[in-house]
Design a protein around this ligand. Sequence first.
Ligand code: AHR
Length: 496
Amino acid sequence: MTLENDFAISEIDSRIYGSFIEHLGRAVYGGIYEPDHPEADENGFRKDVSRLITDLQVPIVRYPGGNFVSGYNWEDGVGPRENRPRRLELAWRTIETNQFGTNEFVDWARSVGTKVMMAVNLGTRGIDEARNLLEYCNHPGGTYWSDLRKQHGYAQPHAIKTWCLGNEMDGPWQIGHKTADEYGRLALETAKVMKWVDPTIELVSCGSSNTAMATFPQYEATSLEHTYDAVDYVSLHQYYGNRSGDTANYLAYSMDLDHFIKTIKSTCDYIKAKKRSKKTINLSFDEWNVWFHSNESDKQIEPWSIAPPQLEDIYTFEDALLVGSMLITLLKHADRVKIACLAQLVNVIAPIMTVNGGGSWKQCIYYPYLHASIYGRGIALQPVIISDKYDSKDFSDVPYLDSVAVYNNEKEVVTVFAINRSLEESLLLECDIRSFPGYSVIEHIVLENENLKAVNSIDGENVKPHNNGQSAVKDGVLEAILPKHSWHVIRLGKQL
Ligand code: AHR
């Protein structure tokens, strides 16, 4: 591998380390909010969970959905709690009590030092609901909705900058599913009116729910023909799972992610060319993760229960490797991917798990996410990699070494994120860093486990990082041993 100071992909937008909280399962109720919990603060927010989130330095959290938003009446979730209605929640077939809503989420987000990415309902509702919610959140006062916010105890506007125009509108499972033309027209008109209410906001137009959709990527092209001038980002969503048990193939899924991102970049740029536009649409990868472990057990959930344990995937070590590889891929596209949300944050396909009334714990995917978020700030560098390769069921020429580097100019630190995909052999990484004279290894963190199916639980962490990685710099070359199937964070700096 060769790293060169001048091979900059882009400054990384820190929002690439965002996450997502949906009104789904125990993400809100029993996750971030549990007023009867011994660790709850005066707002009912679980302090143990907040600590784990704060450590992650999550810059932005998408809310309130997901599929949930397409049937949501935001007005149900504001004002005195005793007046809030219980509703049938059709996306996940539960009962929504509305005891937690927009203002609680804004309070919670502030308390954990993150920003809000708000989605509006373009399923059952539309322009009117969106402009009212925006007026409620962002208008200073003197109008019906902004004064209602004040009456609810919030004198200052919430100043929410990033807004999603609906969720996965291409999916037949979505409440109010729309064709690309139907969605594009509605999204454009909603965007136009929202920017009249608050011209400082940024808007995300829905793309496809995943690459397997029959309408992918025409949905993006057609809807963007409508929305191009009015929006700032298009959304991408993708979940993977090792359903067949073929780990070599599974660890190569980040190549599919790479292909997906390139396809959407090209689709946006095709519309740009068609419109003779000077504007570039960036990408908001606002749902990504592994999701498959809980698919079968979720079919047994009794309908119309309140906050049942839904989508509670228990992640294996190999999932953590894929999550690391997906993070590397997102960083390699830092020039266009400006927002990304690990879906989700607590209990629902999440790095953080809780027990109602009990403790909280870190899944193994917590660690690559933590490492990328805290050490992956700065300029993404394009590495030149020459690696042995393998073929798997769905992919050919899969490099054993997957890697990217981040240069933090201010701190004068280079961080190399790397994965050895080999299931059999360790790999000797030789990385030319001559353009970083005087740099040596500060720390080499490793996430490794003999057992690819090892998991963490409330009882303890079988998968947790150590910082005894083997690496050294000699004559401008970083040499590091990457044991079979392992994740690495090698931090290099100028030491006195
Ligand atoms: O994150 C879980 C679900 O996945 C979301 O509600 C939906 O947008 C996607 O299909």
